[in-house]
Design a protein around this ligand. Structure first.
Ligand SMILES: Cc1ncc(C[n+]2csc(CCOP(=O)(O)OP(=O)(O)O)c2C)c(N)n1
Ligand SMILES: [Mg+2]
Length: 559
């Protein structure tokens, strides 16, 4: 049996035929036909999550792990608006989501009916495309039209690059009718044009060989072993400089994987020595503000960006060319065509990296209990094979200071860097993953998204670490807030809340630490817990954290 609303019956059929399985449904009555059509259908795994904001981030977490499109479905009105933060994140990070919003029929919009807003194109600025299904499928031509829309919408969630797509679905009452399945729709797949990358490869090789100083910067991306080995050769044998971040999920001895440590020590007199001639970039967002500033002040002569969708990402205001290609294919073809670059340029970066790394270790030996010390402990003690979810604000930034560790897969909501869905996203990834999934979040980020715990799908492989420094610790480090009278009240939003009762309310086991000597024991107990999700709250002193980090960068500079 399915819904007697033919538009959604058709959608559910195509959803399964196109190989999709996961849908998260939030409660409501306008979306009853979606529930009826999807749940109980062979091949569909339907989850129920109440809070739409959290549900959409949970879906994003699932999709970032599996690479498969995940659908979310909600009722009409403000429910749909609550999907918006996760849509924006998915759009800017290229995560495949299919957003289904139930709506009233067009004749009842703006006529005083309840729970009704203008939903068509509601996410228009941050989705790939928005569609609306016909209300009634009265004849074959409307059926074909709906079939076309659904095929196209699902294809667009994956091609040419993944992202979110919206389908608004108007329903006329009554909403709860059922009928036997009647449709066996036709699947239309996206034909990848498989464009020839050769001409692009020759152009890039020609540029490479023209410049002695070649720098590659990688933004956020998933782990990719083949790409990783190609980049290793480009760096180790061809002497390019590669700047990567933990969120780039790339690992190599000679990669400059702690950008801020190195860049913060480059002074104006020597900047020209570190400045690239040719800059090649690919991947998503770059976390480091310092490298953006460095390259704006000391720009490359040419910047070439590689993007499968051909996006113009002119971060450094020097973009010369966009190569519409897959970086892996491009680098594979490029390797045999490029010469080794200047040894001097390579060495200057490598030397600086070793100096600052030694300096970091010295500094860590002498500091007291603080966020930096806690991160040092955590990053050195988390088990192998961990999916490490880094909260926005300082967790993702602290991780950069320690470089990339091959034992972790790093995740972070860096598409738009919100603190509003980190817990839900990590929980979604843990749900579809067999590994240990550890989220390190700030306190405000945790309290903000604590509805992520209002969820029946938290598994024991999901562990949360809350670094509770009494507010938004980041505002102590960035220039500006401390020069105003509002640092504590309006920037940090200082509080003395504790996560204990929230964790307990949702059946999450709780541990707390507020001094260095407690850290090891509680951390070990936290990691050993195998039966239930668990939360470790680490209280740190806000003022001290600020001093320790600012002093860290001063200390590095004295190399
Ligand atoms: C949805 C959203 N609102 C506001 C911000 C701005 N913001 C960035 S960091 C931050 C403070 C986060 O505090 P916390 O989670 O405790 O992390 P800490 O800075 O202490 O590491 C805020 C409010 C944001 N990134 N996202
Ligand atoms: Mg905080």
């Amino acid at each position: 049996m399915t819904s007697d609303k033919k538009n959604v019956h058709l959608l559910a059929e195509l959803f399964v035929k196109k190989g999709l399985s996961d849908i998260i449904i939030s409660p409501g009555s306008r979306n009853a036909p979606i529930m009826i059509a999807f749940t109980g259908k062979p091949g569909v795994r339907a989850l129920s999550i109440v809070d739409e904001r959290s549900a959409a981030f949970f879906a994003l977490g699932m999709a970032q792990q599996t690479g498969k499109t995940v659908a979310v479905a909600c009722t009409s009105g403000s429910a749909a608006l609550n999907y918006a933060p996760a849509m924006a994140e998915a759009y800017y990070r290229k995560v495949p989501l299919l957003v289904l919003t139930a709506d009233r029929p067009p004749e009842l919009i703006d006529r005083g009916y309840g729970q009704t807003i203008r939903q068509r194109d509601v996410y228009r600025n941050y989705i790939k495309t928005g569609f609306e299904l016909p209300v009634e499928i009265k004849d074959d031509s409307i059926l074909k039209e709906a079939e076309k829309i659904i095929n196209e919408a699902i294809n667009l969630t994956q091609f040419p690059e993944p992202g979110p797509v919206h389908i608004n679905i108007p329903f006329r009452e009554p909403l709860y009718g059922t009928m036997q399945e009647i449709f066996d729709p036709e699947v239309k797949d996206f034909e990848d044009s498989n464009e020839d990358v050769q001409p692009l490869v020759f152009r890039l090789a020609e540029a490479w060989n023209r410049y002695e100083k070649v720098m590659i910067i990688t933004g956020q991306q998933n782990r990719n072993d083949k790409l990783n080995s190609l980049l290793k050769v480009l760096v180790e044998q061809k002497k390019a400089i590669l700047l990567s971040e933990t969120t780039s999920n790339l690992y190599g001895e000679a990669f400059i994987d702690c950008i801020d440590n190195v860049v913060s020590t480059i002074n104006t007199e020597e900047a020209a020595n570190f400045q690239p001639g040719l800059l090649i970039t690919f991947g998503g967002q770059v976390v480091s503000k310092m490298v953006k500033k460095f390259l704006r002040d000391h720009p490359p002569e040419e910047h070439w960006h590689i993007s499968p969708a051909g996006e113009e990402m002119d971060t450094y205001f020097k973009l010369r060319k966009v190569l519409k290609a897959n970086p892996e294919l491009l680098f594979e073809e490029l390797l045999p065509l490029v010469d080794e670059r200047q040894d001097e340029y390579f060495t200057i970066w490598q030397k600086r990296k070793s100096l600052v790394t030694a300096r970091r270790e010295k500094y860590l030996e002498k500091i007291g209990y603080s966020d930096l010390q806690v991160f040092d402990f955590l990053l050195n003690n988390l088990p192998e094979e961990t999916n490490l979810h880094l909260g926005n604000s300082t967790p993702v930034r602290y991780s950069q200071l320690f470089g990339s560790n091959e034992k972790f897969n790093y995740f972070s909501n860096r598409g738009v860097s919100g603190i509003d869905g980190q817990l839900s996203t990590a929980a979604g990834t843990a749900f579809v993953s067999d590994r240990l999934n550890v989220l390190i979040t700030g306190d405000l980020g945790f309290f903000y998204d604590s509805n992520g715990l209002m969820n029946k799908y938290l598994k024991p492989n999901f562990k949360i670490i809350v670094i509770n420094n009494g507010g938004g610790g980041i505002f102590r480090f960035i220039d500006g807030p401390s020069t105003t009278d509002h640092l504590e009240e309006f920037f940090e939003a200082r509080h003395s809340w504790k996560a204990k009762k929230i964790a307990e309310a949702f059946g999450v086991k709780y541990f707390a630490v507020s001094e260095k000597h407690q850290l090891k024991n509680h951390f070990d107990a936290f990691i050993s817990e195998k039966e239930t999700p668990v939360l470790l709250e680490i209280f740190t002193p806000p003022e001290k954290n600020g001093e320790v980090l600012l002093d860290y960068f001063r200390y590095l500079k004295k190399i």
